[in-house]
Design a protein around this ligand. Structure first.
Ligand SMILES: Cc1cc2nc3c(=O)[nH]c(=O)nc-3n(C[C@H](O)[C@H](O)[C@H](O)COP(=O)(O)O)c2cc1C
Length: 434
């Protein structure tokens, strides 16, 4: 049977990334909601599962020196993703809407309530991208003296999740009665305090909002480290991950799915989604020409700033055309596999090569006509076992997404490899549809 593929849109920058880009849709203004809403509507037309917005809690500096290069380029200047997700939910009907919220720099009660609210307001379409945050500036902004160690952030996140789930469960399923005649809103015997006391948090409960539509929002996570994968296998409904080769994808997929039984979870209920941005055109030759287009110096340097942020390392001092020195994952306090995923199989790419890959985003080098791209996407899914892809496309790149939806999606739909209509009502329904 043809394997069906899930698709999501990941907006890595809900900020000024496209403000000077000649390819940006005319009049698109990153500060206004229209640009994101229009993009989400395109994704909905393509029957995607969700749109997910990244978020950052401070303007990063390169190795704690200065924020100037980030301010200059607008890197890590961005909308609050929860507010943005709400604006997008208001202009869509089926698409899931994901906000990024930090377990290290948010209070569980506040987050549990906010997401419960947004889940109702969006009719069960909310997703939470669970991050632990890694940037020093973010921790500085929230009054911390230092960034807690990588694994310790995940330990705290475990407790954060336990508390959120207790809050969402603080109302029994049938607690809300809303009986017009008696005037009874909810049965007090079914709404209970939780009296949570952990190593990091203390919370009385119950939540002053009814639980999310399906008990809890859809959770997404992007950990690639061993500790991150352990966290994801315990808590996430979907995992998004960038890998450079199909072999690495398969290793990740098998490892993640293999961990689920430990937490009593079924491999089918957690979706692994790989980040891609295929390059396609009406003919193979045109697609190859597109793939060979050089990236601008501006984009290259912006990518280096972003990589520096993700790794908590100043890469701007390295020679662009020398191989990037290997670093042990323990040395990197942010995304530990940011570098190693480019250095697999003994490869030692230069900073220019790595940054170019980050700009282009075409992990796995998927290039060709819409049919050839569909062939490759299907083959990858067959090879690794599932479950889907996330297109990492900037919010001003409407043309790219429109072409993907008009050219590649119909091919997959005709082959039965993608839904032709939404069948579920909630994001969870859609994710669990296949
Ligand atoms: C696709 C993707 C999106 C991410 N989005 C965010 C984000 O918006 N904000 C953030 O603080 N971290 C973000 N991260 C960082 C992850 O939450 C995580 O810290 C990172 O992947 C490193 O985890 P690891 O050390 O367990 O591999 C993202 C990572 C990936 C791969």
């Amino acid at each position: 049977m043809t394997k069906k593929i899930h698709f999501g849109w990941f907006s890595q920058y809900a900020g000024p990334v496209g403000f000077n880009n000649p390819k940006a849709t005319e009049g698109a203004d990153w500060r206004q909601p229209d640009m994101y809403q229009k993009m989400a509507q395109i994704c909905e037309k393509g029957k995607f599962d969700f749109a997910l917005f990244a978020d950052h809690l401070g303007i990063s500096s390169d190795s704690g020196k200065s924020i100037d290069s980030h301010v200059l380029q607008g890197v890590t200047v961005c909308h609050d993703s929860t507010v943005l997700a709400a604006m997008v939910a208001a202009q869509t009907n089926h698409l899931g809407v994901g906000a990024t919220l930090s377990t290290s720099l948010t209070l569980p009660y506040q987050l549990a309530r906010q997401l419960a609210s947004l889940d109702h307001l969006s009719k069960g379409r909310v997703a939470w991208n669970i991050v632990t945050s890694y940037s020093k500036s973010a921790f500085d902004n929230f009054g911390h003296d230092s960034v807690p160690e990588h694994d310790a952030r995940y330990d705290q996140a475990d407790e954060f999740m336990e508390l959120c789930y207790q809050l969402w469960n603080s109302w029994e399923k049938d607690a809300v009665v809303m009986d017009k005649e008696s005037g009874m809103f909810a049965d007090p015997s079914k709404v209970k305090p939780i009296h949570f006391e952990g190593d990091y948090y203390k919370c009385a409960g119950p939540l002053n909002m009814v639980p999310p539509v399906e008990g809890k929002p859809v959770t997404i996570q992007a950990g690639s480290s061993d500790r991150g994968m352990e966290f994801a296998s315990r808590w996430a409904d979907a995992v998004i991950v960038a890998k450079q080769t199909v072999d690495d994808m398969k290793i990740y997929y098998d490892s993640l799915k293999g961990r689920l039984h430990k937490y009593g979870r079924n491999p089918e209920e957690v979706k692994v989604l790989f980040i891609i941005k295929p390059i396609f055109a009406a003919t193979e030759e045109l697609a190859r020409q597109k793939a060979a287009e050089p990236v601008s110096d501006y984009d290259l340097h912006r990518a280096i700033s972003q990589l520096s942020t993700r790794m908590n390392r100043d890469l701007t001092q390295l020679d662009l055309d020398e191989p990037v020195p290997t670093m042990s994952e323990k040395e990197i306090t942010g995304g530990q596999t940011t570098l190693s995923r480019h250095q697999t199989q003994g490869q030692r790419p230069t900073l220019r090569q790595i940054a170019t890959k980050e700009v282009v985003g075409n992990n796995l080098d998927i290039v060709g006509t819409p049919e050839q791209v569909a062939d490759q996407l299907q083959l990858i899914m067959e090879t690794i076992g599932g479950d889907g892809f996330v297109l990492r496309v900037n919010p001003h790149e409407h043309q790219y997404m429109q072409e993907f939806v008009d050219m590649v999606v119909p091919v997959l739909q005709q082959r039965g490899a993608m839904r032709a209509e939404y069948t579920g009502h909630t994001l969870r329904d859609n994710l669990l549809e296949y």
